[in-house]
Design a protein around this ligand. Structure first.
Ligand code: AMP
Ligand code: ZN
Ligand code: FE
Ligand code: FE
Length: 284
């Protein structure tokens, strides 16, 4: 079982990196990618939790904005986590998530929905990449709503009047940076229409020119028609097809390994990185 997209307490997941590895081991996952939003903070702990035969793919899910302000998520896998330009790109996005959260809270307060930055800081794990799910958790704690999912239905989704974007690279810039750091770039859930506006099919050729390697096709937020269109695009553009859970612990319904990547596609993707960077338990 190969699952190439998961989150931990280093962003908006609820399992620590150690707990994620333990869950993966318990469920027989053979290859797991750690892809927290805009951070590599969980890498060390995940590596130290390894045992047995499981293979760890270190990565990040990079928040991007197209020229016309469509939100796109880019999975960067197997890149050099010490690459200064890569780290500074991620840091810039993380830094801007704080003023962005303040703006969203102001809009909610103006509408009579009372939640504060202090509430968000109280529910958010220390050092995590701050995101809307933490704002949802703060509103749950205040008794305003009952779950993260409920928060996204009306208040926090991308189409909501309370939504504010944060600074983010274009998808092309993120792809170029991932590749410059030796990694591979897979666009995450590009046709997940239930989340809001999605990429146009025509946009893929520009991403391929920037160095895109793969498309996440099997993901719970993409229906069968959306997956079929993506599979066709991947075939036409010779891109790797992946599937993944986008596991967030108890933060979402997604179960680890609910969607997976085929071994042959994974091997093709892994071979596109500049070095063999998959991590295994140290047996020395
Ligand atoms: P942010 O990074 O603050 O823009 O928040 C994005 C995160 O919110 C995603 O990674 C998901 O975990 C979650 N999310 C986004 N849209 C939805 C949605 N429609 N329903 C549930 N969770 C969502
Ligand atoms: Zn998330
Ligand atoms: Fe995503
Ligand atoms: Fe994700």
């Amino acid at each position: 079982m190969i699952d190439l997209h998961t989150h931990t307490t280093c962003s908006d997941g609820t399992d620590t990196p150690r707990a994620l590895i333990n869950t993966a081991l318990a469920q027989g996952v053979e290859v797991i990618a750690l892809t927290d939003h805009d951070t590599v903070a969980g890498w060390e702990e995940a590596i130290s939790a390894l045992r047995g035969e499981i293979e760890l793919v270190l990565g990040a899910e990079i928040s991007c904005l197209t020229e016309n302000s469509t939100s796109v998520h880019m999975l960067g896998l197997l890149f050099d986590g010490t690459n200064p330009e890569m780290l500074s790109m991620l840091e810039q996005t993380r830094d801007d998530r704080v003023p962005r959260m303040i703006k969203m809270i102001e809009l909610l307060n103006d509408a009579g929905i009372h939640v504060s930055m202090q509430d968000v800081e109280e529910v958010m794990p220390h050092g995590a990449t701050m995101g809307r799910p933490h704002l949802a958790d703060a509103m749950v704690k205040r008794g305003l709503i009952s779950s993260r999912d409920e928060a996204f239905k009306d208040l926090l989704n991308n189409e909501s009047k309370f939504y504010v974007a944060h600074i983010a690279p274009t998808p092309e810039a993120a792809i170029a940076q991932i590749r410059a750091a030796g990694g591979v770039a897979v666009i995450a859930h590009p046709f997940a229409s239930r989340r809001g506006e999605t990429l146009e099919a025509e946009a893929f050729s520009s991403l391929v020119s920037a160095g895109l390697n793969g498309i996440e096709v099997d993901h719970r937020d993409q229906n069968n028609d959306e997956r079929a269109m993506l599979r066709k695009i991947a075939k036409e553009l010779d891109l790797v097809v992946t599937g993944a859970s986008d596991y967030h612990g108890t933060g979402k319904l997604n179960r680890l390994g609910e969607c997976t990547t085929n071994r042959e596609q994974w091997e093709k993707l892994e071979a596109l990185a500049d070095k063999r960077r998959v991590v295994r338990a140290d047996r020395s």
